[in-house]
Design a protein around this ligand. Structure first.
Ligand code: ATP
Ligand code: MG
Length: 269
């Protein structure tokens, strides 16, 4: 599936930085609050003063083009890269900076391109997901996963690298679920999947939210993500430039032009 959008971002005026007023949940205590986050890779300023919040039970998306900084935000949240400024609060407390502490706190990443252990079996990949668990509910969570994705039970002995793209995404989600998260972070979950499989995936994300899991998703192919999102933000060159409900962004001509594959005239009509 081609990833690159050839459309240029239509707003030639300086991007309006999102203000605090655009986050209606900021009045109540959010589960995740990101405040003026900065990340540098040497001289590259990849994430620029990004602020947003996710309330418990929400699905929030960040949409942006190649290189906008989507994965970097996810890596900064999960302790994979160090931020150079700003702070992240989790349930009102500073989020730890080491990846395993972040997982212990209940934040689990479903990474871009799944990042499965390809030469290991499905069973072994799942065991990796539960490696920090000390509680006795792991067996229940395996049952929950096999109810959600029955095909994985049949594939337990199969090497992860030989699964179909859709099955690999199911395994990546299951591995994250086995850490018993309160919030799942999805980095481009639709990448490389057929539209029908993406639709099923989005239905699964909605199901997960119904089961009490909060969702933060970054996506380049934005239509399906926006359709299921309570709120969403647009990320351009490391900065959030626009925010609204998923529906508002879906209906925004500039967003449609830049991220939903529509031609430029539609944006100015
Ligand atoms: N390890 C790194 N070292 C140096 N620069 C990096 C590194 N990782 C990312 N970058 C740069 O940071 C910027 C943001 O990259 P990032 O991977 O976060 O974007 P993205 O929105 O996830 O893109 P994509 O849609 O291609 O996954 C890009 O300019 C990228 O080249
Ligand atoms: Mg990325």
């Amino acid at each position: 599936m081609p990833r690159e959008s050839d459309h240029t971002v239509p707003n030639s005026a300086a991007p309006e930085t999102e203000s605090a007023e655009t986050t209606p949940e900021s009045a109540s205590k959010p589960l995740l609050a990101v405040d003026t986050l900065d990340v540098h890779y040497g001289k590259i300023h990849a994430v620029r003063g990004v602020s947003f919040a996710v309330a418990s039970g929400e699905i929030v998306s960040i949409v942006g083009a190649n290189g906008a900084g989507k994965s970097t935000i996810m890596w900064a949240l999960t302790g994979v890269v160090r931020s150079s400024g700003g702070r992240v609060l989790w349930d009102g407390e500073p989020l730890p900076k080491s990846p395993h502490e972040v997982v212990r706190k209940g934040l689990a990443l479903v990474p871009e391109r799944r990042r499965l252990f390809a030469p290991l079996t499905v069973r072994e990949n799942l065991v990796m997901g539960a490696y920090l668990r000390k509680d006795k509910n792991v067996d229940k969570d395996y049952e929950r996963i096999f109810t959600l994705f029955p095909v994985l039970r049949q594939r337990l002995g199969q090497l992860a690298g030989t699964l179909s793209g859709g099955e690999q995404q199911m395994l990546a989600i299951s591995r994250a679920l086995l850490s018993a998260p309160r919030m799942l972070l999805f980095d481009e979950p639709s990448l490389g999947l057929a539209p029908r499989i993406v639709e099923q995936l989005m239905e699964t994300i909605v199901e997960l939210r119904k089961s009490g899991i909060t969702v933060l998703m970054v996506e380049q192919n934005a239509v399906q993500a926006l359709e299921i999102s309570d709120r969403a933000h647009v990320l351009e060159a490391g900065a959030l430039v626009k925010g609204g409900t998923g529906r508002e962004l879906l209906d925004d001509p500039a967003v449609r032009c830049a991220y939903l594959g529509e031609i430029a005239q539609d944006a100015t009509a």
